[in-house]
Design a protein around this ligand. Structure first.
Ligand code: UD1
Ligand code: MG
Length: 467
């Protein structure tokens, strides 16, 4: 007879009640950001990839702030409050009401952000619904961590915390990562047996290992070699080091795809960067949110680009700021932006648009070939194809209360230092003379000049200084 084994449901518990004293910050530790995302959010996103039945987050310090600082859409997310914090075993005891007997419990820490879903899947497989599985790693410097004690046979006997360990035990290099997978049925009675008779006077979750051994439940260590995946954050230095390590790894992945980075040590991706073929990125660029760079896009040095789609062949010259936020920014094929340009939310630029130095564009559409090359503002506007928008010209879109729209037809020439007082429409093919203040719509094809006429005063004398 064939027995069909169905995998047990997964319940994740993320411990995040600790104070994070060494961060010396008002912000709860798990809300500090790595690659632009709160540490706890990394752990939640990885958990989501495992398709758990439930996720329990144990909070304590800054519980309300932690809850409002993160987002989770998949599976059911529950918070339990641990007050006071009496250790990792005590934290797990608080989660028990949300852990059904038929599940596998995966224990994670909110301050260990870079564990990969595949690694956790391997740990769950090692647990197999019947065993206690511990994620372990050998470290050159294991100090501070719980050490894995093994019998001569290699069988795991227990975990001894650094502060409770003898000199000989402290020489053990294999450490417990803080991550385990265990059937809920087995875990619950062990949690009930914990005590706090140890060097720190805490209820140690790690004591469940010795209960497993004495109950004859098999304990498996699931060793990995990638230290980044189990690295925890305790201090600003560790946060910065892990950020660098993460960025370097990402830079190597991008280069493996063919992206040419001037210097992999000077790139920061705080979101998702998707690149086509032959993309070049110069030094000190920061990418936030989702940014797409089409084939052959070149990004100059010192650009900060958020939530944007930049089409094939576009060039973003040095010191450009693109901030798409919720509305996004789109840069068309072959466009040339910068240096020193600023594209704000809702900017849509068609192919071959040029935006030059000290030009700001917000919530505006520029059709193919339109150019604003120097010192200008275009906000809440629709600009036609091939428009030339002169230096120093602005759309006066705000009357102090409401925003108004400006429409500029195709092939218009706006001279320098013009003020287009919205709402206003400039007819296609028209020209606006430099220095004009335009308050009424103009007809297509005409020249409009709205400024004081030049006068000559022949006999005028300059004032003289009195002697
Ligand atoms: C723990 C392990 C240790 C392991 C190390 C890996 C225990 C007893 N020891 O030690 O074997 O090598 O992690 O990093 O588990 N937390 C709570 N409530 C508490 C205490 C802690 O939620 O009362 C949370 C913390 O916020 C943190 C996690 O549990 O996210 C780990 O706590 P921490 O104090 O860092 O444990 P370690 O002493 O590092
Ligand atoms: Mg720790």
């Amino acid at each position: 007879m064939n027995v069909i084994q169905t995998a047990k449901p997964l319940d994740v518990v993320i411990m995040a009640a600790g104070k994070g004293t060494r961060m010396k910050s008002r912000l709860p530790k798990v809300l500090h950001r790595l690659a632009g995302k709160p540490l706890l959010q990394h752990v939640l996103d990885t958990s989501a990839a495992l398709k758990p039945r439930g996720v329990v987050v144990v909070t304590g310090h800054g519980a309300a702030e932690v809850q409002s600082g993160i987002a989770f859409s998949q599976a059911q997310l529950r918070y339990v409050l641990q007050e006071p914090q009496l250790g990792t075993g005590h934290a797990m005891q608080q989660a028990i009401p949300h852990l059904p007997d038929d599940g596998i419990v995966l224990v994670l820490s909110g301050d260990v952000p870079l564990t990969e879903a595949q690694t956790l899947q391997g740990l769950i497989t090692a647990c197999d619904g019947t065993r206690l599985a511990l994620l372990t790693i050998k470290l050159d410097d294991p100090s501070g961590y719980g050490r894995i004690m093994r019998a001569a046979s290699g069988d795991v006997l227990g975990i001894v915390e650094h502060k409770d360990a003898t000199e000989a035990q402290r020489k053990i290099q294999e450490i417990y990562s803080g991550i385990m997978a265990v059937p809920a049925m087995l875990l619950k009675p062990w949690l009930a047996r914990l005590d706090n008779r140890n060097a720190q006077g805490e209820y140690y979750l790690t004591d469940v290992v010795k209960f497993a051994v004495s109950d004859g439940v098999s304990v498996v260590a699931h060793p990995i070699e990638d230290a980044l995946q189990v690295a925890g954050i305790n201090s600003p230095l560790q946060l910065a080091e892990l950020e660098r390590a993460f960025q370097q790894r990402l830079a190597r992945q991008l280069m493996a795809q063919g992206v040419r980075l001037a210097d992999p040590a000077r790139l920061d991706v705080r979101g998702e960067l998707v690149c086509g073929q032959d993309v070049e990125i110069d030094v000190n660029c920061v990418f936030e949110g989702r940014v797409e760079l089409g084939e052959g896009v070149k990004i100059g040095a010192n650009c900060v680009i958020s939530s944007a789609r930049i089409a094939a062949g576009a060039q973003i010259q040095p010191f450009t700021r693109i901030e798409g936020d919720a509305l996004g920014v789109e840069v068309g094929p072959g466009a040339r932006i910068g240096p020193f340009a600023r594209l704000r939310p809702g900017t849509r630029l068609a192919e071959e648009v040029h935006i030059g130095n000290f030009v700001e564009v917000k919530n505006a559409t520029l059709a193919a070939g339109a150019k604003a090359n120097h010192l200008a503002y275009i906000g809440d506007a629709k600009v036609g194809a091939r428009v030339n928008y002169g230096a120093g010209s602005i759309t006066a879109n705000y009357d102090g209360v409401n925003k108004h729209h400006t429409e500029i037809g195709a092939d218009v020439h706006i001279g320098s230092n013009c003020l287009l007082v919205a709402p206003v429409t400039i007819g296609a093919g028209g020209t606006v003379g430099g220095g004009s203040v335009i308050t009424r719509d103009t007809e297509p094809g005409v020249l409009t000049v709205a400024r004081a006429k030049q006068v000559t005063i022949a006999n005028w004398k300059r004032p003289q200084k009195k002697k």
